[in-house]
Design a protein around this ligand. Structure first.
Ligand SMILES: *[C@@H]1O[C@H](CO)[C@@H](O)[C@H](O)[C@H]1NC(C)=O
Ligand SMILES: *[C@@H]1O[C@H](CO)[C@@H](O)[C@H](O)[C@H]1NC(C)=O
Length: 158
């Protein structure tokens, strides 16, 4: 029974990951559903793919943007939301907001997929090219059938 409860909990936790889709060059906005009151010495951290921190917020309201994100990331102290400007494909991954302190707490999790805006255009172009090839093929086939018909008719008349 505990196993099922555990599995159920795992599913619930997994379901909490919100998928987000953005195109390259766009801004990414991630928020916490409800801003959490930070106790003394609490630290709220937005991290990327468990590998690195993006931004940190202290209980004093002071924010810190990690070097790789200078000039690109913003953490709003009131909303505790994260803004990442001009995203690239390498920004795809899981973003988490976590509070470290006396009562550690997981506050938000997003699975971000950055889509290449240009690729979708290329796909359309490629599709059009394929259509042209198919249409040309059909036209040639139709011409061949008509020619055969004409030849047969001409031969029958003789
Ligand atoms: C967005 O990022 C691209 C590639 O990293 C860069 O070339 C471009 O100048 C950036 N645009 C803005 C508005 O920062
Ligand atoms: C994130 O989304 C991608 C593509 O939609 C998926 O393949 C991947 O498994 C997801 N990761 C998590 C941790 O949910």
């Amino acid at each position: 029974m505990w196993l099922f409860l555990g599995l159920g909990l795992l599913v619930c936790i997994k379901a909490e990951v919100t998928p987000v889709f953005v195109h390259t060059g766009q801004d990414l906005f991630l928020d916490v559903q409800k801003p959490v009151t930070l106790e003394q010495d609490d630290l709220l951290i937005w991290s990327f793919s468990d590998r690195k921190d993006v931004a940190r917020l202290r209980d004093s309201g002071k924010t810190e943007i990690i070097k790789d994100y200078y000039g690109r990331a913003e953490l709003c102290p009131q909303k505790q939301s994260l803004l990442l400007r001009n995203v690239t494909k390498s920004d795809s991954g899981v973003y988490k907001a976590f509070i470290y302190g006396y009562n550690p707490k997981h506050v938000a999790e997003y699975n971000v997929t950055v889509l290449d805006a240009r690729r979708s255009f290329a796909d359309i172009f490629e599709c059009k090219q394929k259509m042209i090839v198919i249409c040309s093929g059909l036209a040639i086939l139709l011409c061949a059938i008509i020619s055969v018909h004409i030849i047969v008719k001409v031969k029958k008349r003789k």
